[in-house]
Design a protein around this ligand. Structure first.
Ligand code: CAA
Length: 371
């Protein structure tokens, strides 16, 4: 993610300092940025040559290069202690008036901010993979973040060509990964309960819901280690769990998805994604696959974190869904969604207890886009 974010900033004409722990990693990042820029240039998406954009990016294994930056974005793995360590370093080097952002996909921003001497200048700025193509940035203020910091970050996201969605309250996993987690959990439950195969789950996602990738395919694309981390972070901080071990087992076997060349599917080589082949037919109904995710959407609305329209913007611009998840629920029928939730809940899965918002909407015949 780090090199993708650096690439986006440079495309927007900003000078970038890219820091990592080894030159091996930095050289790989350089190759990937150059390859991506060439593809964008060939398709006419960018007008400046890849070489001129790359000349804006200085790479380093030392924090010293950060001593004059206006804005820093951290993108290290989802380990709170590691994030805190990086923020301590940045806090020492980066000018006191500059903002420190974290591209965490799930960790609460306050937990990171508390380690710095500028809590009001720490914010969440969550990009989506691949950053050069995905239009969304979630902007997540912590309980300490100042309005000025939020406004600057919203503005910067726009300058980087992105559409920001601002959360009103910080919540672990934000909007994107809370919804994504629920899709992963139901996908995993389906397979482990023997209700559908991995390929059938993905066929329903791609062929019936018209998503760009299947759920397991997307998990491979994001990285199964990232998936397991975000699952853990969100559940440990209070979201209900769905017992399921398929993702963990893949990580234990060091099959991390596209990045290692093998996850639930096999890819041409490590780091090289190619669309997976899926059967046309599937036993799994789309309303069952999205039911838990829609329930999570209702929870986000109930807690005044975002509204239905914002949830759908996140799913359309962050995951390239053709329609938002709440809009899909409307067209598949809220009653069908609730019936699936009740059915799975009655099998003993507590996480599927229908949200009161959904129950009320079904009894009054309301829809998200008329409500
Ligand atoms: N840079 C530049 N161009 C790229 C690129 C990159 N990194 N990746 C792909 N492309 C280009 C390809 O070259 C290709 O160009 P042509 O049409 O000219 O050949 C085009 O984009 C389409 O790519 P592909 O043919 O390889 O495959 P595709 O049609 O399936 O599109 C995709 C790829 C855009 C990634 C699409 O599958 C998609 O939108 N998938 C969903 C991705 C998603 O959900 N991301 C969010 C993950 S969650 C996350 O990141 C947050 C978190 O916290 C976990």
């Amino acid at each position: 993610m780090g090199h993708g974010i650096a690439e986006v900033a440079a495309i927007s004409g900003m000078e970038v300092k890219l820091i990592d722990v080894s030159w091996d990693i930095l050289n790989r990042a350089k190759e990937r940025m150059t390859d991506s820029l060439k593809r964008l240039y060939e398709r006419g998406v960018i007008k400046d040559s890849p070489d001129s954009i790359m000349s804006l990016i200085e790479m380093s294994v030392s924090y010293d290069v950060a001593k004059s930056v206006d804005f820093a974005i951290e993108a290290v793995p989802e380990i709170l202690d590691l994030k805190r360590k990086v923020f301590n370093e940045l806090d020492k080097v980066v000018p006191k008036e500059s903002i420190l952002a974290t591209n965490t996909s799930s960790i609460p921003i306050s937990d990171v901010a508390e380690t710095t001497s500028r809590k009001q200048k720490v914010i969440g700025m969550h990009f989506f993979n691949p950053p050069p193509l995905m239009k969304l940035v979630e902007v997540i203020p912590s309980k300490y973040t100042s309005e000025e910091t939020v406004d600057f970050t919203v503005d910067l996201s726009k300058k980087m060509g992105k559409t920001p969605v601002r959360l009103r309250v910080e919540v672990p996993g934000f909007v994107s990964n809370r919804i994504f987690l629920r899709l992963l959990q139901e996908a995993c439950r389906e397979v482990e309960a023997g209700e559908a195969t991995i390929e059938e789950v993905d066929s329903t996602a791609r062929n019936k819901l018209n998503l760009p990738m299947g759920i397991f395919e997307l998990a491979d694309y994001v990285g199964l280690d990232v998936v397991v981390d975000l699952w853990k972070v969100i559940v440990e901080r209070g979201a209900s769990d769905v017992k399921c071990s398929s993702f963990k087992r893949k990580v234990e076997a060091k099959e991390l998805g596209v990045k290692t060349g093998k996850g639930f599917y096999t890819y041409p080589s490590p780091g090289k994604y190619s669309k997976v082949k899926l059967p046309q037919e599937s036993r799994l109904k789309p309303e069952r696959l999205i039911s838990l995710a829609v329930n999570e959407g209702a929870w986000l609305i109930e807690n005044d974190i975002v509204n239905a329209h914002e949830i759908d913007t996140v799913m359309k611009l962050g995951f390239n869904f053709p329609k938002g998840i709440m809009e899909m629920a409307d067209s598949l029928g809220l009653e069908n969604i609730v019936n699936n939730l009740k059915g799975i809940y009655n099998l003993g899965y507590k996480a599927y207890e229908p949200n009161p918002i959904l129950l009320n909407m079904v009894s009054s015949g309301a829809k998200f886009y008329k409500a």
